[in-house]
Design a binder for this molecule. Structure first.
Ligand code: FE
Length: 288
């Protein structure tokens, strides 16, 4: 029997300062939720006030993880130790596999007074922690967009929906990353592989999540911007709207079930590997 995933937790993001002084809303990598295997961090950045972000993220290292940046508005100028540089613009995605190590800079800039986006960290399995760094930049126009009959609109950054393949493929965690808009008085249902972790991050409007069909398992939760919804196991997630529309990211991935030792931008399996990362950085051996 196919099972709808129930809402098991709703998380209120907290405000934190990162980089050289960027104010962010963080939902994963907090005291309340250290990680949600395989996801290690989730930040929502953006503000009407450039003082909240212009200091940006000057040169810093990463090892053992993937970082995924999705822009809703504004720009991010970036450059890295692999020789890449460029500008992420509205609706673009950067999927960066740090592997053995990259050093990069990410500097947000407003466009028409606006700047908003998300950064997600996905863990790499032990066997790929020290893989060759890889960097994929996906322009907005390369991201498939589905327009469903009931008015639902979905951008498929990674994963599959209705047989349409997302822009980013061949990622170990087998992730799905969707940007979903449900108009008022409509609904949405998406299969998720059993055993995969899944969350929704509501950043506009409000929606109802859970098993809202009539019957013994009926249990629904109203969620409004900005909150994160974490689901239990099952085959589908369901969402619907009432008088308001809702927009959310729907993100899933395969848990690794491996030990996690983290120290800032390094996430490894043992404390020895963290020490090695620090030694490599001090002795100029970080970038392989
Ligand atoms: Fe970074």
């Amino acid at each position: 029997m196919k099972v709808t995933r129930q809402v098991i937790e709703v998380i209120d993001p907290i405000y934190v300062m990162e980089g050289a002084g960027v104010r962010l809303r963080r939902s994963i990598a907090t005291q309340k939720l250290d990680y949600l295997d395989p996801f290690l961090l989730f930040d929502h950045f953006g503000s009407e006030d450039p003082n909240d972000y212009l200091a940006g993220f000057p040169m810093h290292p990463h090892r053992g993880i993937e970082t995924v940046t999705y822009m809703l508005d504004g720009l991010v100028n970036h450059k890295d130790s692999m020789g890449n540089s460029g500008t992420l613009e509205k609706n673009d995605v950067q999927w960066m596999t740090s592997g053995s190590g990259i050093i990069h800079e990410e500097m947000p800039k407003p466009d028409k007074g606006k700047m908003e986006g998300f950064q997600l960290w996905i863990n790499l399995p032990a066997k790929l922690k020290m893989t060759t760094p890889r960097y994929q930049e996906v322009k907005s126009t390369q991201i498939p967009e589905l327009h469903c009959e009931n008015g639902v609109k979905v951008r498929i950054i990674a994963g599959n929906m209705d047989g349409v393949k997302g822009a980013v493929t061949e990622i170990f965690a087998d992730p799905m990353y969707l940007d979903v808009i449900i108009p008022r008085n409509s609904s949405f249902k998406q299969p998720i592989k059993r055993g995969h972790t899944v969350f929704a991050y509501v950043f506009e409007g409000e929606g109802i999540f859970g098993d809202f069909e009539e019957g013994s398992s009926k249990r629904e939760t109203a969620v409004s911007s900005t909150e994160m919804v974490i689901f239990g196991d099952g085959d589908y997630i369901k969402a619907k709207t009432d008088q308001n529309y809702v927009r959310f990211l729907l993100i899933s991935g395969k848990p690794l079930n491996e030990p996690i030792v983290r120290y800032g931008p390094f996430v490894m399996n043992t404390s020895e590997e963290i020490e090695q990362a620090l030694i490599d950085l001090q002795t100029d051996n970080f970038v392989k």
